[in-house]
Design a protein around this ligand. Structure first.
Ligand SMILES: [Zn+2]
Length: 369
């Protein structure tokens, strides 16, 4: 009798486990399906904004890529960078030629942000040459000019000192950009973590593992982050007619208070969110929401996504779309979800604020887009 009862209990338990197991599988499949629906819904809502991503690096064109731009009603600003560690980015003219070709083949979906060659800083004709080329690029349709972190962190003057953004030699270039009504996209300094100590929990950490030349911890002789940003701020103060977008949250990714005080102090300053959304995701949601509502006219949407010449386009497109979906879900919905090991709490920003961040601010701060 006892034995029969325990056999009965065993089968009862087994039955419960089977039912529970299939129920779990079902909810799992459901949540998988729900996530996909959310991603598709997110991309549809994102596309309805006619979004502008002001910060991408596109090195080739492709039919599938163009189709994505059209499907998402997406406009991009393709930013050129001079980087002497990469063969392609070492030379300016081929980059300009490719960017113009991309712009012309994109049916209005890709705009072009040119740059000047800061590695020629020590040439006596640096200013004149740079201005001549910039003005040519403006005539060809460039809407903005990029200045990169190699100013402040890499290039040295004839005396062997790091050149800074407020070097008098840059002043005629700033005046020229302002005079032509173009926008300076300024990437000065790096996230705090670049000055150390090592912090694997920081969203930018993996970048320094792959690009150790920019990791300055225990490397004496480099300027501090504060010195570099002070030079940038000096440019803002000295050139009130120059519109500057501090890319990557103006390299103040860990302090919304610091960004706020800069936006308060410099009416000619705005920031883009490129490659720094994770810092906003990690910050207290209410604080980020309050900040974005207060400064709804001063924050531009950008990602820093790239399409390398060597890229597998299908793989890249997956990354582009999942980034856009994540950013939309974070900014526009009240969903809570997981993204690359982080919990994201959606901010559900008001529709007019989303309209500004995803579209209007780009047009306002970068006329001609
Ligand atoms: Zn970039």
């Amino acid at each position: 009798m006892v034995k029969q009862r325990s056999i009965f209990a065993f089968f009862l338990m087994l039955g419960v486990l089977i039912v529970a197991g299939s129920f779990l599988r079902l909810t799992n499949a459901e949540s998988q399906e729900k996530k996909q629906t959310n991603e598709e819904q997110a991309l549809r809502a994102f596309a309805a904004m006619h979004p502008i991503d002001v910060h991408v690096h596109v090195f080739k064109t492709d039919a599938a890529f163009q189709a994505m731009l059209e499907r998402l009603n997406l406009k991009l600003m393709n930013i050129l960078v001079m980087d002497d560690t990469l063969p392609y980015r070492k030379e300016l003219e081929p980059q300009i030629k490719d960017a113009l070709a991309l712009m012309h083949s994109s049916r209005g979906h890709v705009a072009f942000c040119t740059t000047f060659d800061p590695y020629k800083f020590n040439s006596p004709s640096f200013d004149a040459d740079s201005i001549k080329k910039l003005n040519r690029d403006f005539a060809d349709g460039a809407v903005a000019v990029k200045m990169w972190k190699n100013i402040g962190m890499e290039i040295k003057n004839a005396d062997g000192k790091f050149i800074m953004a407020d070097d008098p030699k840059f002043e005629p270039i700033y005046k020229d950009i302002a005079q032509y009504g173009k926008t300076l996209m300024a990437h000065q300094a790096e996230p705090d973590v670049a000055w150390g100590p090592p912090d694997p929990s920081d969203p930018s950490w993996s970048y320094y593992q792959e690009n150790p030349q920019w990791f300055l911890y225990n490397k004496p002789g480099f300027p501090s982050k504060q010195e570099i940003l002070n030079a940038r701020d000096h440019v803002l103060a000295e050139n009130p007619k120059l519109r500057m977008v501090g890319v990557h949250l103006g390299s103040m990714e860990k302090s919304l208070d610091n960004i706020s005080s800069h936006l308060d102090r410099y009416p000619n300053f705005a920031v883009d969110m490129a490659a720094r959304m994770e810092y906003l995701i990690m910050a207290p949601p209410e604080k980020v929401r309050t900040f974005l509502i207060k400064y709804q006219d001063r924050v531009l949407y950008g990602t820093d996504l790239d399409l390398l010449a060597s890229a597998d386009v299908q793989e890249s497109l997956k990354e582009w779309e999942s980034t856009y979906a994540r950013d939309w879900r974070f900014l526009a919905t009240d969903e809570t979800f997981q993204s690359e090991g982080r919990t994201v709490h959606g901010l559900k920003l008001p529709q007019p604020v989303l309209q500004k961040i995803f579209h209007d601010n780009a047009i306002h701060w970068i006329p001609g887009l």
